[in-house]
Design a protein around this ligand. Structure first.
Ligand code: GLA
Length: 703
C-alpha cells in the first residue's frame, strides 16, 4: 500500500524506490522524520522523534517541519504566513487528524489553529510506480473575520545534515536553462520569478544532491505545477538540516479569505533517485509523459513540423505559404505552421495583436485556401497566436482599453509594443474563449503555437480594489489555465505548443495543459546542446521542440547540416529554414534526415534518455535513447573540434538488456554484440575534424 498509517500520529508514504515518514512530534508539530531510499520496515520509526539533539536551541528550530509558519520562534524562512484579523501573524496549530483518503494513495493531515477557526489541510498523493510524491495544501477560514494569507507555498521538504548542492538556472532569453550547481552551506538561496510567468531566468524546480553524477549519488528533486511567479527557497538551517520550500511567489501576491472561503495551492511533485541525475530524469520524464501530460496526446510522438517564421517573418501571404508548404511536403514534413503575421493589421510587431481574424490582403480567400492545400499535401496545419496580448494599435484595444493591466496615473509600459490583457477578468477569458473557439471551428486547424512575448510590469486596473489587486498574479495564471482548458475541451484533437519568447513558459503547469514547449528561440546547434541537456534534467524530450535552422541561428556560425540536424533530431524535430533558399542537394539531404528521424522518433520521444557524456566535462557529448521494451536504442554523439589527432572515441552505452544480442551499422559495416558488451566495452566512434557527429541505430538482433 502506498500510504501506511503506522499509528494515529505517524504515516509512511511509500513509492517503489522511496519512503517519506511523517510524524507528530511530542510538541504537536508535524515533522518529516525521513525522506530517502525505500525503508522496508517503516514501523521502526514509531516512537522516534527528531527531538534528540543536544544543542541548546528551541525545538522549533530543530524540527524538520512539514508546514512551518511565520512567527513563533522560527527565525528562518517558513512556508506559510497567515495574518489574522487582530494582527496576530503566527499560525499555531494542533494536528487534528491524519487520515488515508478514499483513494488509498492519498493522505490528509489537518492542522487547526489553537485559537482562530482556521485550518490548513496538507494533502499527499503517492504515485507508487513513478516514485513521485505530490503535495498540496488547502487553507480554510471557518470564522467570521477575514484572514490574510501572506505566504502560501505548496510544499516544504527537509533533508538532514549538511554539504548539499542545489541545481537551478541563471538564464535569459536565448540562454534558457543556463545551469548551475551551487553549494548551499550558508544563507537562504532564493529562486524566484518576478516576470508574471515562469520566465527565462530560473525555473520552478529544485534538484538537491551531494556531489551526485549522472549515474551515482542521491538526488532529491521536485517540480511545481505553476506558470506564474514562483518562489523556491533552499536554506541550510543551522541546527543541521536543509530546508526546501516552493510555491506561488509571495513577493507581489496575497490572498484574503472571508468566512467560509478557502485557498488551494498548486501541487508540487517531488521524487528521490538513488543513482544520480540520469535516474531522476528517466523517472520524471515517464511521470510527466504518462501521468501529467494531456491525455489526448499522451504516448504519441509529435509530428515533424515546418515553421515559416525564419523564412518570412511577418511577410506572410497565401501564395508564398503555399509554395513553402509544397516544398515542406516533399521533404516529408507532417505539420506545416504559419507563425506570426497572418492576422489583420499585423505587418510588423507594432500592431494587430488582439484582432484574431485573417488578414484578407494577405489571404484573399481566407485561411481555407492554405489549409485545404496543406491538408491535400498530406500535412496537418498549424497557426501562431498570442492570446494574452494586445497592441495599442488594434481594434480590441480601442474597444476595451480597460481590459489591459495599467495604473491610472501612469503611461502603460510596453514591451515589444504590446500590453497585457487582464486574464484574471472572467469577461476577458470568455471573450478569448469565443474568439479562439471560433477561429478553430471555422478553420481546419490541427495545431496552435501559443506565444507570450512580454513580461508583466504593472498589475492594476481602473479601480483600486486591494483584495483583487493582491491576487492579480495568481488569478491571471488561473485565467490562462481556464482558457487553454476550455479550448482543449472544445477542440481535443488540436495540438498546443507553449512558447513565451522561446522557453519562458517551460514549467509543469504548462506541461499539464500543453503538448509541447518551444524551449528557446536560440536554435544554434552548439547552444542548443547545452540548453537541451539542462532542459532534459526534469522536462521530457517529447515536449522539446528542436528545429533545424541555418544562418538564421544565433551566433553567425555555419554548422554542417549533419551536425545541426542530429542536434534537432535529439528532440521533437522541426524545420525552420527558408526552403526557397536551399539547393536541390540540401533538399535531398534534408528529406533523408527526416526519413531517418521518423524511424527513430518513437525511441527518441517516448524512450528513456541516458546522457552518456557532456561537453561540460568531455570532448564528446553523447546521448542515448532506449525504447521502454529495450529493443531499440539510438545513440547520438557530437564533437566540436578534433584535437591532438584524437578522432576515435569510445562510448559505453546504458539501459540495454545485457543478455540480448543487438545489431547496428557503423560506416556501412554491420556489427552484432550483446547488451553487456555494448555497456561494458562500448562502441568506437570516429568523430573527425570540426563539428563532427554520429547517429547509430541499435536494434535487438533477433536473427
Ligand atoms: C516569439 C517566438 C518566436 C516567433 C515570434 C513571432 O519571439 O519565440 O518563435 O513566434 O515570437 O513574433
Amino acid at each position: 500500500m502506498a500510504v501506511k498509517l503506522l499509528s494515529t500520529q505517524t504515516a509512511a508514504l511509500e513509492t517503489a524506490g522511496s519512503s517519506m515518514i511523517l510524524s507528530v512530534s511530542p510538541d504537536g508539530i508535524l515533522e518529516c522524520l525521513y525522506w530517502g531510499s525505500r525503508i522496508h520496515r517503516a514501523e521502526d520509526f514509531l516512537g522516534e522523534t527528531s527531538d534528540c539533539q543536544t544543542v541548546n536551541v528551541d525545538n522549533l528550530q530543530k524540527v524538520r517541519e512539514e508546514c512551518s509558519s511565520y512567527g513563533s520562534k522560527h527565525f528562518r524562512e517558513t512556508s506559510m504566513k497567515i495574518r489574522f484579523a487582530d494582527g496576530t501573524d503566527d499560525f499555531r496549530y494542533t494536528v487534528q487528524m491524519m487520515t488515508v483518503g478514499t483513494d488509498p494513495n492519498e493522505l490528509e493531515v489537518v492542522l487547526q489553529d489553537i485559537h482562530f477557526p482556521v485550518t490548513v489541510h496538507l494533502y499527499y498523493r503517492v504515485y507508487e510506480e513513478a516514485d513521485v510524491i505530490e503535495k498540496w495544501r488547502k487553507i480554510e477560514n471557518g470564522g467570521k473575520d477575514p484572514v490574510h494569507l501572506e505566504r502560501f507555498f505548496s510544499g516544504e521538504f527537509t533533508l538532514p545534515g549538511e554539504g548539499y548542492q542545489s541545481i537551478n538556472y541563471n538564464g535569459r532569453w536565448a540562454k534558457e536553462f543556463h545551469m548551475y550547481s551551487e553549494p548551499v552551506d550558508s544563507g537562504a538561496k532564493v529562486y524566484e520569478s518576478f516576470y508574471g510567468l515562469t520566465g527565462h531566468n530560473t525555473n520552478p524546480i529544485f534538484i538537491i544532491h551531494q556531489d551526485a553524477r549522472e549515474d551515482h549519488g542521491e538526488v532529491w528533486y521536485g517540480a511545481l505545477e505553476w506558470s506564474g511567479n514562483f518562489k523556491t527557497i533552499v536554506e541550510p538551517v543551522n541546527t543541521g538540516f536543509l530546508s526546501v520550500m516552493t510555491g506561488i511567489s509571495d513577493s507581489n501576491a496575497a490572498v484574503t479569505l472571508h468566512e467560509g472561503e478557502s485557498f488551494t495551492t498548486p501541487p508540487v511533485y517531488a521524487g528521490y533517485a538513488q543513482n544520480g541525475f540520469g535516474e531522476m530524469t528517466r523517472k520524471m520524464h515517464r511521470f510527466a509523459d504518462d501521468i501529467l501530460a494531456p491525455a489526448e496526446k499522451r504516448k504519441e510522438a509529435l509530428p515533424v513540423l515546418y515553421n515559416s517564421w525564419y523564412a518570412t517573418t511577418f511577410d506572410v501571404s497565401a501564395g508564398a505559404q503555399i509554395q513553402l508548404a509544397e516544398k515542406a511536403a516533399e521533404l516529408g514534413v507532417e505539420l506545416f505552421v504559419v507563425d506570426d503575421g497572418w492576422f489583420v493589421g499585423r505587418k510588423d510587431d507594432t500592431a494587430g495583436l488582439g484582432d484574431w481574424s485573417v488578414d484578407l490582403e494577405k489571404f484573399p480567400k481566407g485561411l481555407r485556401e492554405l489549409t485545404d492545400r496543406v491538408h491535400a499535401l498530406g500535412m496537418k496545419f498549424g497557426l501562431w497566436i498570442e492570446p494574452e496580448m494586445v497592441n495599442c494599435i488594434s481594434s480590441l484595444y480601442q474597444k476595451h482599453p480597460d481590459w489591459v493591466y495599467h495604473y491610472q496615473s501612469r503611461r502603460i509600459l510596453e514591451q515589444r509594443h504590446q500590453y497585457e490583457l487582464n486574464m484574471s477578468d472572467p469577461e476577458v477569458v470568455d471573450y478569448l474563449t469565443d474568439t479562439f473557439d471560433c477561429l478553430l471551428s471555422e478553420n481546419d486547424i490541427d495545431y496552435i503555437k501559443w506565444d507570450m512575448n512580454r513580461y508583466q510590469a504593472e498589475r492594476g486596473t481602473d479601480t483600486y480594489c486591494p483584495e483583487k489587486w493582491e491576487r492579480f498574479e495568481i488569478d491571471n495564471t488561473y485565467g490562462i489555465y481556464r482558457l487553454i482548458q476550455r479550448l482543449r475541451e472544445k477542440h481535443p484533437e488540436v495540438e498546443f505548443e507553449a512558447c513565451a519568447s522561446g522557453g519562458g513558459r517551460v514549467d509543469y503547469g504548462a506541461l499539464r495543459w500543453f503538448d509541447e514547449y518551444w524551449p528557446s528561440d536560440n536554435s544554434d546547434p552548439i547552444d542548443r546542446l547545452a540548453i537541451q541537456e539542462a532542459y532534459s534534467f526534469l522536462y521530457p524530450i517529447r515536449y522539446m521542440r528542436a528545429w533545424y535552422t541555418q544562418d538564421e541561428g544565433m551566433n553567425h556560425r555555419l554548422v554542417p547540416m549533419d551536425f545541426s540536424m542530429h542536434v534537432a533530431m535529439t528532440g521533437a524535430l522541426g524545420i525552420g529554414i527558408d526552403l526557397n533558399r536551399i539547393s536541390e542537394k540540401e533538399e535531398k539531404d534534408l528529406a533523408g534526415y527526416i526519413r531517418e528521424y521518423k524511424q527513430i522518433r518513437d525511441t527518441v520521444q517516448l524512450g528513456d534518455l541516458y546522457r552518456l557524456s557532456s561537453f561540460r566535462n568531455s570532448p564528446v557529448q553523447a546521448l542515448e535513447y532506449v525504447s521502454r521494451d529495450r529493443k531499440d536504442a539510438v545513440l547520438f554523439a557530437f564533437c566540436l573540434h578534433e584535437r591532438y589527432g584524437e578522432e576515435l572515441h569510445t562510448v559505453r552505452l546504458s539501459g540495454l538488456d545485457p543478455d540480448k544480442p543487438y545489431a547496428f551499422e557503423i560506416d556501412g559495416k554491420r556489427i552484432a554484440k550483446t547488451g553487456e558488451y555494448l555497456m561494458k566495452r562500448g562502441i568506437d566512434l570516429r568523430l573527425r575534424g570540426d563539428y563532427a557527429s554520429a547517429l547509430v541505430k541499435i536494434h535487438a538482433d533477433d536473427h
